[in-house]
Design a protein around this ligand. Structure first.
Ligand code: NDP
Ligand code: 2IT
Length: 446
């Protein structure tokens, strides 16, 4: 790392002790930015990096709620409003027991650059709670969401901060959160949340957008080597929102997706994952992958525990969570013939894994570029809300495709411009950073 940047990075790490995922995300971005600072000394003079790493505002709050038996629980809620240089803070809410400030900050930090890359007018933020939704009834989820919003509502708004979903937060949760926001404020402010239901301000294609977008990005990478998804053997991790629609899109483009996972294990289905069955089990019944294996019959194997990355494939799409793919897993994938990997999840590959892929010449699409289709379609939802309009599936999907191809091309062109052709990590980090840094300088010392 460039020594000027290393000094700033060391200060950031010392000021944010114990936040390991945030340290990792900051280090990874800083490693790309040396050449930018050679060309743009004004970024150093304006202390852009120091300001960028300090969130504009961090909110931590108590979320008390009662379960169905009347027992009281107290969780912690977070919203980190990281950077508003390009637009209102924008980013999801994650409900998962692992959530703490370091995770919310890594996600919020990544979101700044991701949102810049989309070309849409959105700043970066993230939030969530250490609440564990697993096994909770609808009524418990509703009471939790209502309590969460009873504090959050005063910090958000269509021109201020626009949350959406992430792990553990989907259409059901956004519905309860929106209802409580509307009730408290007495405003039908559609643009305050995205990921809404189709009959009340949601956008077609938003549920599919992250997974579809990740595959569109990967297809563009493959094209640079004269290849495509057609005929590829694909391994996916996760089986939630992002994974399901990544699987659907990859198969629509002619690939066979042979495996996917949840936090308990993975399935191998050599005939290709049955997407309608997977959706029924995960989206409707909220059941586990063991159920998929049980219903699909003897052609499918379920492996409890273990790593889905033991399954060989030519394309890998990690769509579960951070640091789910380490250096050893990367080496195994490479030795099994991997050609390309695109990150549907945020920071699923460890830094060692990224090095393994890059050194092996595997096409590597980092999350902040490859999974930007979700937030980009959230911005399209905001656009529809602002004009009180709703677009067709075809039109919205065409916009998503155009945005993903644009992100791919900008990353590729930026990597080339900085003398590292094919390095999408460098392209995404520099491309996102320069846009935000220019806006921050223009807006003065704030
Ligand atoms: P979901 O809650 O719908 O699904 C999450 C999936 O990942 C589940 O299969 C879950 O398994 C698995 N998973 C979660 N945590 C772990 C863990 N610690 N270890 C192993 N598996 C785990 O979330 P999404 O699909 O929305 O999000 C997946 C990833 O994509 C996240 O990294 C998220 O930040 C990112 N992302 C999401 C976007 C969106 O629009 N939703 C946009 C861009 C990125 P289990 O059910 O067993 O917990
Ligand atoms: O990580 C992400 O980009 C998301 N969870 C989606 C954020 C959004 O505002 O749609």
């Amino acid at each position: 790392m460039d020594s000027r940047l290393e000094a700033v990075r060391d200060t950031v790490l010392a000021r944010n002790p114990g936040e390991l995922e945030f340290h990792q995300a900051v280090t990874e971005v800083f490693e790309s930015l040396g050449p930018v600072h050679d060309r743009h000394p004004e970024f150093l003079e304006g202390a852009v990096l120091e300001r960028l790493c300090e969130p504009e505002r961090q909110i931590i709050f108590r979320v008390p709620w009662t379960d169905d038996s009347g027992r009281v629980h107290v969780n912690r809620g977070f919203r980190v409003e990281f950077n508003s240089a390009l637009g209102p803070y924008k980013g999801g809410l994650r409900f998962h027991p692992s959530v703490y400030l370091g995770i919310v900050k890594f996600l919020g930090f990544e979101q700044i650059f991701k949102n810049a890359l989309t070309g849409m007018p959105i700043g970066g933020g993230k939030g969530g709670s250490d609440f564990d939704p697993r096994g909770r009834s609808d009524a418990e989820i509703m009471r939790f969401c209502q309590s969460f919003m009873t504090e959050l509502y005063r910090h958000i708004g269509e021109y201020t901060d626009v949350p959406a979903g992430d792990i553990g937060v989907g259409g059901r949760e956004i519905g309860y959160l929106f209802g409580q926001y509307k009730r408290i404020t007495n405003r039908y402010e559609s643009g305050v949340l995205t990921g809404k239901g189709m009959s009340w301000g949601g956008s077609l294609v938003r549920p599919e957008a992250t997974g579809f977008g990740t595959v569109i990005f990967a297809e563009e990478m493959l094209k640079t080597r004269g290849q495509s998804f057609d005929g590829q053997r694909v391994v996916v991790s996760g089986s939630g929102n992002v994974a399901i629609y990544a699987i659907a899109k990859a198969q629509a483009l002619g690939a066979t997706v042979v495996a996917c996972s949840d936090s308990a294990g993975y399935i191998v289905d050599e005939a290709g994952i049955d997407v309608p069955l997977l959706r029924q089990i995960k989206e409707v019944e909220r059941a586990r992958l063991t159920e998929y294996a049980a219903r699909r019959g003897s052609s499918v194997s379920y492996v409890a525990g273990g790593s889905v990355w033991d399954v060989n494939g030519t394309v890998a799409l990690p769509c579960a969570t951070q640091n789910e793919l380490d250096g050893d897993a990367a080496a195994k994938l490479v030795s099994n013939g991997l050609v390309a990997i695109a990150e549907g999840a945020n920071m699923p590959s460890t830094r060692e894994a990224v090095s393994v892929f890059q050194e092996a010449g595997v096409l590597f699409g980092p999350g902040k570029a490859a999974n930007a289709g979700g937030v980009a379609t959230s911005a399209l939802e905001m656009q529809q809300n602002a004009s009180r309009d709703s677009w067709s599936f075809e039109h919205t999907e065409a916009r998503l495709t155009e945005i993903m191809v644009g992100i791919h091309d900008r990353c590729a062109a930026t990597a080339e411009e900085y003398g590292a052709p094919g390095n999408y990590v460098l392209g995404a980090n520099i491309g996102g950073f320069v846009k935000v840094a220019d806006a921050m300088l223009a807006q003065g010392l704030i």
